[in-house]
Ligand binder design. Sequence first.
Ligand code: XMP
Length: 187
Amino acid sequence: MKPKPSPSPLGKTLLPAAAIQKRVGELARAITAHYRGKPLVVVALLNGSLFFLVDLLRRMPPETGVECWRVSSYEGTASQGILRGLDQCRGDFKGRHVLLLDDILDTGLTLHAVAAHLRKLGAEKVEICVLLNKRRKRTVNVKPKWTGFGIGDEFVVGYGLDYNGHYRGLKSIRLFKASGASAPATA
Ligand code: XMP
């Protein structure tokens, strides 16, 4: 007897590609209007905000500055509660307006720590923009100025969001059930 194929861990499409693109356009317009006349640097957290950053930046004024920082707290579908990589994140932010960009706000630990780090590096004002905001109790209080979409407390992949490094390239955002996952774990 042939072994049964394992069920796909990919669940329903929560946000189709067209809806994401439309919302990113709206965010770019709102952010551009807010920072008119103020030089802005976007600090994007990789790898999750990769596609969000590119799509947003292409719709913003060409003089917008950009820095990419690599930090991580997730393994599989759970936050490890420890932020790795922040000690490598440096730059001259003295007196600058910074827009901190991330794919998703979950416990709040990542954005809280990175915003504090930017202030320590001298940033005059730090605002936060996230594509997704999970409706859940936060570990720490974080208030993004701009949010793409509010979603339930479920694990999602696609448009930069991953499960152990996989599924980032999906154009839409989909629910994900780790119990059916066959993707190998990556470091
Ligand atoms: P915290 O808990 O620090 O989490 O707010 C932020 C980071 O956790 C990752 N994360 C997810 N990644 N699907 C993902 O692919 C999810 O549903 C999810 N929830 C949190 C993500 O890297 C984010 O930057």
